[in-house]
Design a protein around this ligand. Sequence first.
Ligand code: ADE
Ligand code: ZN
Length: 337
Amino acid sequence: MMHRHTLAALPKLELHLHLEGAAPPAFIRERAKRNHVDLSGVFDDQGQYRWQGFSSFLSVYDAVCTALKTPQDFHDLTLAVLENSASHGVIYTECFLSPDFCGGGDLSAWCDHLAAIDAAAQTAQAQSGIVMRAIVTCIRHNGPEQARRIAICAQETAGQFVTGFGMAGDEAQFRPKDFIWSFDAAREAGLGLTAHAGEWADPDAIRATLQDLRVSRIGHGVRAIEDPAVLETLAETGVVLEICPGSNIALGLYAKLPDHPVAKLRDAGVKVTVSTDDPPFFGTSMTQEYSGLAQCFGWGRDEFADIARIALDAAFIDAPARAVLQNRLEEACPTLT
Ligand code: ADE
Ligand code: ZN
């Protein structure tokens, strides 16, 4: 069994992290005070986020985001999140950024917020070596019309830093086909595509997402385990799942880690990666996720190196930057890459 400090030091690539969802509660409390935002009801007695079940999680999440007002708030948040990730061995992270929370989908407000986030990412890279890329993300329950505005924000800012387009939010609202316009626009802008699917909804949602939105990655996708045909499609096409075991357990999809399908998905030939989703909400970290997988499924160096390689291949990043990360992985696991 690998020790926790060894697991913490393993180089990791995280493909599924919501920037606002990674905000430490103390940071949000301080910004709420500074920005005169009332967040009563959001915190429990220990000062942690208070929520119960998925819809309560989503509404607390929205409330938390109201504390973040200015580009400076997003700058400081980004720096704090990246420094924390780096302390868990993360060398590359893709963060979901939602223009909805950065000026409501207005392009010029989005550009101001994005510039601040990009500047913080540069600082973090200089300080800790961590590389960040941004996935502009529409929020499903805000509807297809708003998603178009978000896709335009993505299109207009696609480049070195913004390399992907995604969709999060409540899977029970709308259908994947309602978002075809937005995903087509993002694809035309050269962005990598991912969408949350098969977290709450059944495997048909994964099928529809692949067909209608033509994504190369699926956020969660764990319910693929319930449908052998979907499993086969994922294995054959090499679509990558961004799996967040701690998130799924905290939200009640599975009672405990031994019940989680991540190892079975991997054994079925599906490309799986590991991420934290919204770590302070779910009481997790990348080290914690690795430690759980090591304990529960006996994963060690080989499995984690394999996962890192899958994530590197699936990353929304250009060839030169991918090669730099590849070198960092090779330095850490010389026999495996
Ligand atoms: N937004 C942040 N975390 C999410 C999750 N786990 N599912 C859907 N939308 C989200
Ligand atoms: Zn997510």
